[in-house]
Design a protein around this ligand. Sequence first.
Ligand SMILES: [Zn+2]
Length: 573
Amino acid sequence: MSSDAVEKIKARLNIVEVVESYVKLQKAGKYYKARCPFHNEKTPSFTVSLDRGSYYCFGCSKTGDIFTFVQEIEGVDFRSALKILADRAGVELKKENVQERSERDAIYAALETATRFFESQLPKQEKVIAYLKKRGMTGETAKKFRIGYALEEWSALYDHLLSKGFSASIMDKAGLIVKKDAGGYYDRFRGRIMFPIADNTGCIVAFSGRVFYVSGASEEKTAKYVNSPETAIFNKSEILYGFDKAKQAIRKADACIFVEGQMDLVMSHQAGIEHTVAVSGTALTAHHLGLVKRLTENLIFAFDADDAGVSAAGRSINLALQEGFEARVVAVPSGKDPADSILEDPERWKQAVAEAKHVIDYYLDYAVAKGLDDRALQNVVKERVLPYIAQLSHALDQGRFVSKTAAVLHMSEQPVWDELKKVQQEMQKNQVLEKPSEVSTWGRNWSRKDIVGHRIIGIVLWQKGLQEPEVETESIVEALENMGGHMPVDMVSDDRERYIFEAESYCSSDGSVQVRVDELLANFKREMLRERSVKLRKELALSKGDDVEQEIMKQIQETQKEIDSIDRQIKET
Ligand SMILES: [Zn+2]
């Protein structure tokens, strides 16, 4: 069934549309280019070919089609990618048999069924609705975020899921129930407003429940928030709350706002600031940032403008800077969380986001606003500000902030630079830097001859695939083979794509393909001769007897003559 669906999807969706929903593409000749979503880079080397429905990164050599792209960028397996693209293309996939579902699917299904059950309870709970309204949440927003209510009972969800055919074992593995010491189970979430947490693709993988007893029972001895435990499908260090709904907006705004709580996130989206996400029940991790990095390198942290808030965000900001992000800070009025602030005045929230300050400006202004004396100010700068400046990747930015810091401290720049150097050395000592992401071995250890040869092969593959080739591929192959090169057989499709992309891109600048081919063939010959010349020189060094030496010398000279003649040829064209 899959291959049929794959073809249908490919016919309906083009690669540019699919890629563009995740990364900004720019048209460059017959290609589209972007900064690669799979590796860090400043200049775009991620290249998409609309004609061939494929992409290739000249930096990390990742390549593939819409399916591999979605798999990679969403971090899902082929089946999930198929589902995502099928939904988008409006292609229906055949429903699977219940018995055939894997345990994983059963866990997803249990969580989805639970979400619907909680959603269905909400309209019956007047007190809960009144509370959500008081916090400023509209019914539309509640629906959008699938907010629900878990009844104040021990087995309401358990009984419901049982009636829908789910086993206790699956409910347990989904984190929905808790085993009793005496045997049996009870619902994990009771008397709570339920915020479902979705993965990147919008599937519910966990919940966060805020206590709310409609009976009026005391909430004092209960945890205010209860979150799902980690399960086979929920790893809290890999999931950002709201990310599935924020993705598009993050890409468009080229920025991502981090808030702390679910309510902050929901209200920010409601206020129209949809590029907002929240870390759910854990500290920000490099993995969280990895999700965001595909879409933007600009982060905005929103936290309380008091000492506790400032230091709480410190670790996140550190991490963000280490991972190469620009970090800015929204100052939320003291004593309020973003949700309260939005309730009071949604426009002010928008304004605050628009006026987010660079993290270093934020700390410097904060230190000055506190009216500290010079000595205390110097300490703040040393402990808070310099470590941030040290992590900036651009020397130019460092210079700007060193000047500002010097101005704040009423001193010249040199002592600030000296102090910065010390901080940097200290950090290098303490830091265990993460290894850069793996890079394929494509092209590594290639000789110049290999590089030229693979370009020629690429042009042949590329031109063969065109309806109206610009060059005669047969004669190129012949010329290559006459020089001892050969077309590879049994080429894996990834390599094929790489060859083609590199060749097409190589020929995409001015000049005809034939001119490029002639130049490459000449270069290939030159490299062949050069390799021969190197070999001859080695032989010469090992040779014994004048006759042999003279013969080798003659060959070397002839080879060199040929090389010179090719060099002249290449220069002339
Ligand atoms: Zn790349």
